[in-house]
Design a protein around this ligand. Structure first.
Ligand SMILES: Nc1ncnc2c1ncn2[C@@H]1O[C@H](COP(=O)(O)OP(=O)(O)OP(=O)(O)O)[C@@H](O)[C@H]1O
Length: 253
């Protein structure tokens, strides 16, 4: 059984068919990329799977269980984490606190206990801070553990967001354009990080415009165009598909 199975998924906004009858499945352990021109429906697809939008029709199964209608917070508990195309970092918090937010989302906190600052919770906060520091080191932010978020460069903030998603201890992580706005060296570093995330046992679903990175990293690629699936296959199959070449990749891909 695939980890994630999408069937007949559709979502319209007014007259715009943002996602139209899309189906694919993501086996556990792969790096799965979604590509397509601007407006193809990639982010809408992410928003549907991560509970931000409700589909008009279709089914989304995680480990065989239907998750359509499940709120984002409950999806986090089921093991789905994501990052956003536009950074969602709280700039008035420290970098470490931002990552700890991810861990807090994972844990069931008792607000009364928190208000009373019970010793068990204080020690758990210390554990979470240690865990968050480890994750920051994992994403390459070892030297920024004590930094304020607003002092971090853009590339660092993108990594911080990945660390926060990892703090959920997900089995499936959705990365929306992790290389957008990065220079070629930073892009290579993010590609290495994504590979490490995958090697740690987390299934990765990626939306990305950097075609070199997508071709290098992905086990499978879904190509979308005008809300529909153009093709789903291995990088070799996608690269060789005439429709993809015509619609998207260009002759030099
Ligand atoms: N909340 C919304 N309300 C109205 N229309 C929307 C909404 N979200 C997306 N759309 C429309 O749906 C279509 C698909 O948009 P989407 O953002 O999913 O594409 P995308 O492939 O992620 O594009 P990009 O690569 O530019 O991020 C577009 O025509 C867009 O204008």
């Amino acid at each position: 059984m695939p980890l994630l199975q999408i069937s007949n998924l559709s979502k319209s906004f007014g007259g715009v068919h943002a996602v139209q009858d899309v189906q694919f499945s993501v086996p556990a352990g792969v790096i799965f990329s979604v590509i397509g021109p601007n407006g193809a429906g990639k982010t809408t697809l992410f928003n549907l799977i991560t509970g931000i939008y409700t589909p008009d029709t279709g089914s989304i199964r995680l480990d065989g269980a239907e998750i359509v209608g499940t709120p984002t917070s409950a999806l986090a508990a089921l093991g789905i984490a994501r990052t956003f195309q536009n950074l969602q970092i709280c700039m008035n918090m420290s970098a470490l606190e931002n990552v700890m937010v991810g861990a807090h989302l994972r844990l069931d906190r008792n607000p009364l206990k928190a208000a009373l600052r019970l010793p068990s919770l204080v020690s758990r906060d210390r554990e979470l801070a240690d865990e968050a520091a480890e994750l920051m080191a994992f994403v390459g932010l070892k030297d920024q553990v004590k930094a304020q978020s607003d002092s971090l460069a853009y590339g660092m903030l993108k990594r911080l967001e990945i660390a926060r998603a990892l703090a959920l201890k997900p089995k499936l992580i959705f990365l929306d354009e992790p290389a957008a706005g990065l220079n070629p060296r930073e892009t290579d570093d993010v590609a290495d990080l994504i590979r490490h995330i995958s090697e740690s046992g987390i299934t990765v679903v990626l939306v990305e415009h950097d075609m070199k990175m997508v071709m290098k990293l992905s086990d499978r690629i879904l190509v979308m165009d005008y809300g529909k699936t153009l093709i789903e296959g291995t990088p070799e199959e996608v690269r060789a598909n005439p429709e993809v070449i015509a619609a998207y990749l260009g002759a030099d891909a």
